[in-house]
Design a protein around this ligand. Structure first.
Ligand SMILES: [Zn+2]
Length: 328
């Protein structure tokens, strides 16, 4: 900011001087805003993020993007209503960043169809699915879809909740950066630099989390849905029971009784459900098992997508909650 030093004291003594300075400041601000618009063709680049984690990555890679986020950590990303507001947001999007592997199969196709935006249809350069760039776990074999207790009808292409592994999240970030660079060539250099910074920042934290979470390896958890299956695998925790009788189905009394018998025989380190799920079945189970088994309710994704360190904050929260439950 350049200020005119000469005459400043005398001008400040009069109302006219204040008015002149205000006008000069307003003109200067308007000129600066115009300069930003001219210098930055990405200013109006609009992104529709299906889940908050992709909004965080887009903001880290292209901070000037206008980002709409379709869901929050309070919502179940499998089941979202295709509201008119979401249709309007997708209609204006240059890029849609979603998880894929059919996580959004219940609502995104409807939005895509109603929005009528050719830039974000499947296969278009503006449609990004993280699952297309990452190796998924629990991919059912053809004809043996229920071979694993954590694979089922809602995850026919493998578990889509890949963001709960920070290493896979980084792989997705690299692919997202490449797609942003292709769509915004003038920003390619800056996006690449931001990706390098994101990688080094996150890799340092991943090493720290892995070191601190080492005592959790081999410990067991009872879960509700496979929302955090990638987290368990990354940290070496073992899910031994699922409160859902089959993936995607709410816990039933009969199934909970069977789970209770299993867990009474071999108590888990903790019962862990995510914030968008009904906590009552897990709470009931924990009460039956007694004080030795903590009941954790954790967010299944970043709770605040506008926080600059949203990803780090979320994993830190998860690691701390698990270490506390383990008593280490
Ligand atoms: Zn799921």
């Amino acid at each position: 900011m350049h200020t005119r030093i000469e005459g400043r004291a005398s001008a400040a003594r009069t109302g006219l001087g204040r008015l002149q300075r205000r006008v000069r400041a307003a003109v200067g601000a308007a000129a600066a805003a115009c300069a930003v618009l001219v210098a930055s063709p990405a200013a109006a680049f609009t992104v529709f993020a299906c889940e908050p984690e992709w909004a965080v990555l887009v903001r880290a890679l292209l901070p000037q993007a206008r980002v709409h986020v379709a869901t929050t950590a309070q919502q179940d990303p499998h089941h979202i209503e295709a509201r008119p507001a979401l249709i309007a947001q997708l209609r204006s999007a240059d890029l849609a960043a979603c998880t894929g592997a059919s996580l959004e199969a219940g609502w995104l196709p409807t939005l895509q169809q109603r929005a009528g935006n050719s830039r974000v249809q499947d296969g278009a350069p503006g449609m990004f699915y993280a699952a297309d760039h990452v190796v998924l776990i629990d991919v059912p074999q053809r004809g043996t879809a229920l071979a694993s207790p954590f694979a089922g009808d809602v995850h026919a292409e493998g578990n889509p909740h890949l963001h709960a592994d920070p290493r896979r999240l980084l792989e997705a970030a690299r692919a997202l950066a490449a797609q942003l660079q292709a769509l915004q060539p003038a920003q390619a250099g800056a996006v690449g630099e931001r990706l390098v910074r994101l990688e080094s920042r996150l890799q340092a934290r991943i090493a720290d989390w892995e070191r601190r979470a080492a005592p959790l390896r081999g410990r067991t958890v009872a879960v509700q849905h496979a929302s955090l299956a990638y987290l368990w695998r990354w940290l070496g925790l073992v899910p031994v029971a699922d409160l859902e009788p089959v993936p995607g189905m709410a816990p039933t009394p009969g199934h909970l009784q069977r789970v209770l018998q299993t867990l009474r025989a071999t108590p888990p380190m903790a019962i862990v459900v995510t914030r968008h799920q009904d906590p009552r079945p897990g709470r009931w189970l924990a009460a039956q098992l007694g004080a030795g088994v903590p009941f954790l309710v954790v967010p299944a994704t970043v709770p605040d997508d506008s926080a600059p360190d949203a990803i780090e904050d979320w994993f830190e929260q998860l690691v701390q909650a698990l270490l506390k439950a383990a008593g280490v």
